[in-house]
Design a protein around this ligand. Structure first.
Ligand SMILES: O=C(O)CCC(=O)N[C@@H](CCC(=O)O)C(=O)O
Ligand SMILES: [Zn+2]
Length: 347
């Protein structure tokens, strides 16, 4: 077993941008075990832990820097003993090569490569696919380690992102498709404590990282959008104070919720339509500065895909994640509608 690399873990990760063959282990003076399984993959195991297994991932998209800064701070705070985890926690810095060039991805959008999508499509091999496959292996190793498998444990995965556009709700979470299983009040409360009281319910299986956690491991997995894409150094980190405090609390105290669930505390949206780009000639019918969650009137033209014209089908239909530059066949736009939280199937 090699030594855990000294110095800042994010810097080590950036130096080995497509991964490194390593299995390093170290025990901190406070008894916490640190293991490095790869560049960007670090696992902390306390001596005595709560029954929580927590995964915090960032940089699935390399230019979404605020979550990377948060993860960097948390990792170093644990390594110096400033934060003492009481749960098993794995941090993943998913796409360091894209981070190094300040781009969403190098060759292919990594957040469309999970649940085995990395290995589908004849002849399609690239390093993002290889990395996504490796990340799946690390998730499996983490959630199915002998310790994790020995007792019932709560699994939480926050895959942290930032959005390309401004947003009427600065922070929001995508609750992946649950295939008929109920949504969790406790998880909504934990998200709200993290300053994320806005939830977008996805309506079907996807190839995102968070859906992979939900579907493969029955984890409480979420894509968590924390504001807007900005280069390193340009994030106003004061806007993430509540989010960081809650993550620190999760790490040091476990998944405690304050008080009881109040449906009116949440803004919930459900997906109406996922509009894919199928033609080179694809355009959005609104400017780049139109924010996520902007609503349209019934009949407004939202997008054109070759000869197909997409119009708002309902009054107040709102747009999320519009991106006309996605690869052919991929999602270029979601439309959503608000629903009351107390209409959800909640446990
Ligand atoms: O702002 C945008 O257009 C994209 C922000 C982003 O990366 N969002 C994720 C959402 C994943 C999900 O639906 O769970 C993505 O598009 O991969
Ligand atoms: Zn993203």
């Amino acid at each position: 077993m090699t030594e855990v690399p000294a110095g800042n873990f994010l810097a080590f990760t950036r130096t080995h941008e497509w991964g490194v063959a390593i299995h390093a282990k170290q025990i901190l003076p406070n008894g916490v075990t640190v293991e490095v399984w790869d560049s960007g993959v670090i696992v902390f195991t306390p001596l005595n832990d709560t029954s929580l297994d927590l995964v915090l991932s960032c940089a699935v998209h390399g230019d979404e820097t605020a979550p990377i800064e948060i993860v960097d701070e948390l990792i170093e705070a644990i390594r110096t003993g400033e934060l003492v985890p009481t749960c098993r926690v794995m941090f993943l810095i998913a796409n360091p090569a894209a981070m190094n060039i300040g781009e969403r991805f190098v060759e292919e959008n990594m957040n469309r490569l999970f649940s085995g999508a990395h290995s589908r499509g004849e002849g399609l091999i690239n390093r993002e696919r290889e990395r996504a496959k490796q990340l799946e292996i690390y998730m499996d190793r983490f959630f199915n380690s002998s310790r994790a498998a020995s007792e019932p444990r709560e699994r939480i995965h926050y895959d942290m992102h930032t959005a390309i556009r401004d947003s009427a709700h600065e922070k929001f979470a995508v609750y992946p498709f649950q295939d008929g299983r109920p949504y969790s009040k406790r998880q909504l409360q934990l998200l709200k404590q993290m300053d994320v009281p806005v939830i977008l319910l996805n309506d079907g299986p996807t190839t995102t990282f968070s859906y992979f956690s939900v579907n493969r491991f029955r984890a409480h997995g979420f894509t968590v959008e924390l504001g807007k894409v900005r280069p390193f150094g340009q994030n106003d980190m004061t806007r993430f104070a509540k989010t960081k405090n809650q993550l620190k609390r999760l790490i040091t105290q476990g998944a405690e919720v304050d008080g009881s669930f109040v449906a009116g505390d949440y803004h919930v949206y459900q997906v109406l339509r996922s509009i894919n780009r199928t033609q080179a000639d694809f355009s959005l019918n609104f400017p780049d500065d139109v924010a996520n969650f902007t609503s349209f009137a019934k009949g407004d033209v939202l997008a054109r895909d070759g000869d197909i014209v997409y119009q708002a089908e309902q009054e107040g239909e709102s747009i999320i994640f519009p991106n006309a530059k996605v690869a052919l066949g991929q999602r270029a736009l979601l439309t959503v509608t608000a629903i009351p939280a107390d209409t959800l199937n909640l446990v």
